[in-house]
Design a protein around this ligand. Sequence first.
Ligand code: NAP
Ligand code: COA
Length: 284
Amino acid sequence: MSTEKFVEPLCYDYKYLFRPDLLKGKVAFITGGGSGICFTIAEIFMRHQCDTVIVSRNLTRLQASSKCLENATGQKCLPVKADVRKPEEIKEAVIKALQEFQRIDILINGAAGNFLCPAAKLSFNAFRTVMDIDTMGTFNASKIVFEKYMTDHGGVIVNITSTQHISGVPMQCHVGAAKSAIEALTKHLAVEWGPNNVRIMCVAPGPVEETEGYRRLAGPASKEDILKIIPIRKIGTRCDIANIILFVVSEAAGLLTGSCIIADGGSWMGMMSAVFNQIPPPKL
Ligand code: NAP
Ligand code: COA
């Protein structure tokens, strides 16, 4: 299969905010790392001297992404095919990662599925599919990485959630249910695995441009419409999210565990601000 259609944008003009060797010697296992936000997380980690393992179902895309990331950063990136819904496949992927690198310091649970669909039209299997990929996938990868490595060595797990469940966004009940379950799971695991020196956090992006999620979810809304509901009037970039996650996995965030950083420019505080934003501000 041709790899040309799998070209992901790189952050060519990346401006370092942290020490370039911040993640030197570390290894990150990133589900969903062949595309979108998680591809850029892999890139920014690698620009900070981390090696990565990128995991998803489409091996052709993973191989193209891995080559692109290695060429751009000079670090190693191992592409591994696995479906996060299948614990046996994730187990195999973790074993391959450990054979290659002997360690997994960071786990990013980014694999997810989404589409707009009203609850009344959603099939039972459609709801279950998103719960399986997002929630079960996060549990499967976390439990396996914990058992095989982090239980003895510690580490950091970052779960990528979202903001749909905060205000009950329409046509998103499947994703809201799945992501809020991940946020609950994060707290439980943070309490249970804290004594093993494992920190577990969520990062919840708002709309992030140049991603599959944005393409699928913006629906009929224009960029101008979306900007109106974001207090800082800025749509997030993949690099914005990757930088936040870089902070979360760094020692600077050593006291953070069990919580969620909402990375959306303040739009979650929303509905009424969206209404009031339509009204011109009074002259001062
Ligand atoms: P994306 O590029 O489509 O990323 C999703 C990734 O998950 C793909 O690489 C896909 O690869 C992988 N995946 C899907 N099902 C899988 C499975 N069963 N097993 C293993 N891998 C699987 O979309 P994105 O927009 O960048 O989203 C990335 C993350 O950010 C998601 O967790 C999403 O919920 C979250 N998020 C995104 C936005 C946004 O605006 N984009 C906003 C809030 C939250 P394969 O098809 O190769 O399996
Ligand atoms: N609207 C309503 N239902 C939908 C749908 C849509 N747009 N897309 C899929 N479904 C339903 C299917 O009809 C099926 O239900 P059914 O058996 O009752 O007909 C169910 O969801 C599973 O679909 P299937 O295509 O078999 O699942 P899959 O495991 O191959 O793919 C998806 C998972 C559906 C989430 C697919 O869109 C995907 O792979 N997404 C990954 C990328 C992504 O979503 N990125 C954005 C992240 S924010």
